[in-house]
Design a binder for this molecule. Structure first.
Ligand code: ADP
Length: 267
């Protein structure tokens, strides 16, 4: 057993060492994990969903997380975002080590520093699109900042539909509202879990345009789990997981290079 864990540690370290070292040296990491392990269950039925993951999400960059089904993508996202706790290792958002925080501190940190976009849009049905977008600010007791809000609203491309309720919007429009809601408080990092999973190809492209714009023009940091190469290709960097480990990564991905790695991983 000791041999097995040494081997996985060494493999994970080899896979990500340059990125991790570079980010830590320059302080450019919005969030990162150190030897992250997550085990679900116990005994014979235990599943090692994360197996010594060292990964860093650089500030102002769009990182996609890919890998076969069951490779640990969602678990990694949830643990780094502070929605779930590790079995061992550490995750940091900025300088804050999440394992050292109480549940209440973690809730506050998520509210202040993290944005989320899920596959299901999770909008409040009784509120207009605009009121949904500003909800995080309203909850925090902040007044929406005019120009910053205008910019976020502008890039949603929703125009007159801002006064509509979610049920009066298409799926693609609802997801752009959810993305704008994640962006409006300008969090240190946005985590997106299969955000295009329920969208047709045109709506996916529109959402990805929005996300790309948020990173390139507003300097947002974004980490996105996806199984879709056409979504991942919009990222600056793709990290590949298999069996709970980081096994590859690339910058400036193309559909071909992504598909090449995914085929190799057996997806
Ligand atoms: P992915 O997002 O890449 O499909 P997941 O992170 O959802 O992978 O799952 C990684 C592994 O952990 C899988 O083997 C999955 O069955 C297992 N797993 C995920 N969540 C739980 C859970 N709550 N309880 C037990 N096993 C889980």
């Amino acid at each position: 057993m000791a041999d097995g864990s040494q081997q996985s540690s060494a493999q994970a370290a080899t896979a990500v060492q340059p990125t991790r070292a570079a980010s830590e040296a320059s302080g450019s990491s919005a969030a990162h994990s150190v030897d992250a392990v997550k085990i679900y269950g116990r005994g014979d039925t235990a599943v090692r969903a994360l197996d010594n993951v060292n990964v860093s999400f650089d500030k102002g960059r769009f990182t996609a997380i890919m890998g076969p089904s069951g490779s640990g993508k969602s678990t990694l996202l949830h643990c780094v975002a502070g929605l779930d706790r590790l079995t061992s290792g550490q995750v940091y958002i900025g300088d804050a080590e999440l394992g050292a925080l109480t549940d209440r501190q973690l809730t506050l940190l998520r509210r202040q520093k993290v944005g989320f976009i899920f596959q299901s849009y999770n909008l409040v049905p009784t509120l207009s699109a605009l009121d949904n977008i500003v909800l995080p600010l309203t909850i925090a007791g902040h007044k929406p900042d005019g120009p910053a809000l205008d910019e976020v609203v502008r890039i949603t491309g929703l125009g007159p539909r801002l006064r509509h309720r979610p049920s009066e919007l298409s799926g693609g429009q609802q997801q752009r509202v959810a993305a704008a809601r994640a962006l409006v408080s300008r969090p240190d990092i946005i985590f997106a879990d299969e955000p295009t999973g329920n969208l047709d190809s045109r709506s996916s492209a529109e959402l990805l345009d929005f996300l790309r714009h948020a990173v390139s023009d507003l300097g947002q940091t974004l980490a996105m789990v996806t199984h879709d190469p056409l979504a991942a290709v919009r990222a600056d960097r793709v990290v590949f997981l298999a069996d709970g480990r980081v096994v590859d990564e690339m910058t400036s991905p193309t559909a071909d290079t992504i598909l090449g790695v995914m085929r190799h991983l057996g997806d």
